[in-house]
Design a protein. Sequence first.
Lengths: 306, 126
Amino acid sequence: MKSPHFLQLANICLLITGLLSWGKIAAQTTNGDSVQNANSAHVNEKKSPVKNTFESNLILDNQTVMVPQKGTLEFDIQHRFGIVNNGYTDFYGVFAPAIIRMGFEYVPVKNIQLGFGLCKDKMQLDFNVKYAIINQQKNGIPVSVTYYGNIVIDTRSKSNFVSSGDRLSYFNQLLIARKIDSKISVQAAISLSHFNNVPGYIDADGVIRNSLQNDQFTLSFMGRYKLSEKMAFLVDYDQPLTQNATNNPFPELAFGLEITTSSHCFQIIAGNSQYILPQNNALYNQNDLLKGQYLLGFNMTKLWSF
Amino acid sequence: MSSVAALTIICFSFKPDTKKQWIAPTSGASKTNPQKGSESISNGKALFAKHCQSCHGKTGKGDGLKASELKTEPGDFSKIIFQSQSDGSVFYKISEGRDDMPSFKKKISDANDIWDIINYVRTLKK
């Protein structure tokens, strides 16, 4: 018998497939002859890769399917201010303690990117890999598929941990995207975050229990709409799937503006997750948008081609 | 008086040559453009905005935001002196670069994208 969890995942997969194939279905004709003509025309049309589904590795708080061309070095600065709730006291979070990550990524071989970064939050050092498995093609494959994974090491002093394994967390994400037309790109992703160590509590019987699950599944949807050749509107939504005993993470919703130049990308963000590293956002996000707990931030990337 | 005249001559002697001729080699200039059509122009327009506009300006007149910082003139794409060049010649210049003009052969690794930019630049002719 299939478990409810399996059925839930199957439903989600069907939903993603439906969403991503929408553009293709909408373009198809209903008349039988027209379908036949369209098919024969497709055979004659050349397949070519669809470019620039996204303009950056990042879309607000998530990754995109994009892996830059071979030989590209990228430098990232990600910055999240405090929540706006305190108003003028800390200038709507801008002067509140911020979380910052600096990272480098390099593409040594086609479609594979390796990177590392350091985050101010718990001095977490991350090593990441991104692999573009499938690229969307004009008159061919309808979607791009990319894997993104990381391993994060909490590098704070030994006194914060019982064993060295407690420092580690992992993130695995499968991203599926489709460039619908020259202006609109959509993406869906399913991710699994794993923490070797999570906070605990003592129950009524005096037994120590995990307050959060070690494994957290999250479903994400992102979109990009080009406002002009250099500017785009971005949206990113993360829905936690795993239920936890306490402190269930809140869904994340972020909006942003993206400005791109030849070798830079700048994203201004308004959203409710602040941790930058994706597994931390997936498990620990306690900012509730319905209570106005959102914050501002930005991502900046600089590219060099070698 | 004579020293002022001498100083003036020296200053003008060392003024950078902003209109230095740039001629593409025959092997490059004779290349033919394989891209055509509205889709090519549309892609070229997006790439032009991303990679070229900051120096060459929105309409290619050499009046971009960074143009005033350049030592060499970025040229005027709307004029016949630019438009009379072959596509191959423009392709060579975009790929290789010179002085302030960077080489784009690594940054824009797909040659068809460069041809698309050229197709868009052709639409800027007045």
